[in-house]
Design a protein around this ligand. Structure first.
Ligand SMILES: Nc1ncnc2c1ncn2[C@@H]1O[C@H](COP(=O)(O)OP(=O)(O)OP(=O)(O)O)[C@@H](O)[C@H]1O
Ligand SMILES: [Mg+2]
Length: 255
């Protein structure tokens, strides 16, 4: 067991000639919310996929849920992915299922611990929490991108995981809805206290949420600390990034 809930220790990851992560180190304590930032293509999604075992590191050690999961098999990851869930970049709902059926899916597909009535009650509770209860019978095609994100978050919370990973929850969402999704994530942080990692370009969301910021630049961790520490940084690249984003608050809507 490690003291940290999530940790990368000297993690390297390449795809053929493309070395994406070069000796990456960070940790997230139990109960904390960490934010991963950095330019497009820097390896943010790859980092989340490495944590959950969807990708394997070339070198280094990965801690998930306080356990060293380096070299784990698919079967071992299968179980732990119920305790640590992910809202994928883009949300990925099942188009042929209604909102309620999407959220019920993880509860129904994993060995039937709950009966129909219990599943329906849990789905209603989740949809209410994410403020989409009135859309239970709609299909994803009928929803805005932002609403789809809220439903994807409800589905990720269905089995009451210990921890949740969000991959760009407000990207490609119109500014008003992005701010609503941000508020929902902040509300969940305050009410559920789950260990979380949020990948985002959205400095407003990052500032509100982050107990810790992991800033990736060119395959390495350029900054690891709190938001107030980041705001005091002398690093010209980071200063520039923060300044640019303040001028373009709707960056995510056009990403
Ligand atoms: N399965 C894969 N096979 C080959 N290359 C990959 C694979 N997954 C990611 N990459 C490459 O790794 C790099 C990092 O990708 P990643 O998706 O982590 O970027 P990101 O930081 O999440 O960017 P964005 O902000 O655009 O989502 C990119 O160059 C990408 O092309
Ligand atoms: Mg990504």
């Amino acid at each position: 067991m490690s003291g940290h809930y999530f940790e990368f220790e000297h993690v390297w990851k390449s795809f053929d000639e493309n070395t994406v992560l070069k000796d990456v180190n960070f940790f997230v304590e139990r109960g904390e919310t960490a934010v991963i930032m950095g330019r497009s293509g820097v390896g943010k999604s790859v980092s989340l996929k490495l944590l959950l075992g969807f990708l394997e590191p070339d070198e280094g050690r990965i801690i998930l849920g306080g356990k060293d999961v380096t070299g784990w098999t698919e079967e071992q990851f299968f179980e732990i992915r119920r305790r640590v869930t992910m809202v994928f970049q883009g949300g990925a709902l099942f188009d042929s299922l209604t909102v309620a059926q999407n959220v019920a899916f993880p509860l129904e597909s994993r060995g039937g611990r709950l009966d129909r009535e219990q599943i329906d009650a849990r789905v209603e509770e989740l949809l209410t929490m994410l403020e989409v209860a009135d859309l239970a019978d709609r299909f994803p095609a009928e929803l805005s991108t932002g609403t789809k994100r809220a439903v994807a978050i409800a589905r990720a919370l269905a089995e009451n995981p210990e921890a949740i990973l969000y991959d760009e929850p407000t990207t490609m969402v119109d500014p008003l809805m992005a701010s609503h999704v941000s508020d929902l994530i902040c509300k969940l942080k305050q009410t559920l206290h789950k260990t979380s990692i949020v990948v985002t370009h959205d400095t407003h969301l990052a500032k509100k949420l982050a107990d810790r910021v992991i800033f990736l630049v060119d395959g390495g961790v350029a900054f690891f600390g709190t938001w107030p520490e980041l705001e005091k940084t002398e690093d010209p690249f980071l200063r520039n990034f923060l300044a640019q984003d303040e001028m373009v608050p709707a960056l995510d809507a056009t990403a």
